[in-house]
Design a protein around this ligand. Structure first.
Ligand SMILES: Nc1ncnc2c1ncn2[C@@H]1O[C@H](COP(=O)(O)OP(=O)(O)OP(=O)(O)O)[C@@H](O)[C@H]1O
Ligand SMILES: [Mg+2]
Length: 254
């Protein structure tokens, strides 16, 4: 069980953002605690990505505030977000296909020797260390990531975020393109991240994977927050009803 008695890692308070006349996000408040996974659900265009982009620094909200560890945060760009230990793993993963895991992990932030040369062996040693914790079965340290499976690629992207001290992770449909075994592997990595106290916002269209991977589910519709529920207290049908009808089921309505 996640302890939600302390200060949230993230509080999105009353966030609104409009594009032209469209209210993409309309007065939404959601929080996230250390070691917690909060799933974001809703139809296409519900506002999930836009909401999360206010946290990752891709967009600046029109109104509302972001609090990190109880303090108001100023996040105007992705660099600001990184300073708050927020890392985003996009669906496209943004890996360099022709490079191996270590080169991807350190892409743009390479370890260099005192002489200024890229220190390949130090980078590989560090990569083996992180992977040993996250995905102990990972063996393909010397293959280009194009030769990895979808799940292995996902683990490289996660390793990169974690290595650079992510405390808050945003994942956009991490299991969408994966088979059952790979999905299981990502589920295990998420469990490991939770143990380390990392908080995760997970965008997912599949209510079953949200039930399995998340502690709470936040449902959005037409830019508004329908509700946030504890996944252990609801059925997948309850969550589906929130997505489709746009309101909390009777027995949950506060
Ligand atoms: N940069 C933008 N310019 C104009 N409109 C935008 C922009 N980004 C998002 N929107 C609009 O805001 C609304 C919310 O979009 P958003 O991408 O947040 O939805 P979503 O819930 O992530 O959907 P999906 O499940 O399809 O990814 C949509 O109506 C979309 O067309
Ligand atoms: Mg989206």
């Amino acid at each position: 069980m996640v302890d939600r008695s302390g200060t949230p890692l993230v509080e999105l308070r009353d966030i609104s953002i409009a594009f032209g006349g469209v209210k993409a996000v309309d007065h939404v408040s959601v929080d996230l605690f250390p070691g917690e996974v909060v799933g974001l659900l809703g139809h296409n265009g519900a506002g999930k990505s836009t909401l999360i982009k206010c946290l990752s620094g891709a967009y600046r909200q029109d109104t509302g505030d972001v609090y990190i560890n109880g303090e108001k945060a100023t996040i105007n760009n992705p660099r600001d977000a990184r300073r708050y230990n927020i890392e985003t793993i996009y669906q496209t993963l943004a890996l360099a296909d022709n490079l191996d895991a270590a080169s991807n992990l350190f892409l743009g932030r390479e370890i260099v020797t005192p002489l200024g040369l890229v220190d390949e062996s130090a980078m590989e040693a560090e990569t083996r260390k992180v992977m040993g914790r996250l995905n102990p079965n990972f063996r393909k340290f010397n293959a280009p990531v194009s030769a990895l499976s979808g799940g292995q690629r996902q683990s490289v992207a996660i390793a990169r975020a974690v290595y650079f001290n992510a405390r808050i992770l945003i994942m956009d449909e991490p299991t969408a393109a994966l088979g059952p075994a790979e999905t299981q592997m990502v589920a295990e990595i998420i469990q490991e991240l939770k143990k380390q106290g990392i908080g995760i916002f997970l965008i997912d269209h599949d209510v079953h994977s949200v039930k399995r991977l998340c502690d709470r589910a936040a449902v959005m519709k037409n830019g508004e927050l329908v509700g946030v529920v504890d996944v252990d207290k609801v059925s997948t049908d309850d969550i589906l009803a929130m997505i489709i009808a746009g309101k909390k089921p009777e027995h949950l309505a506060a």
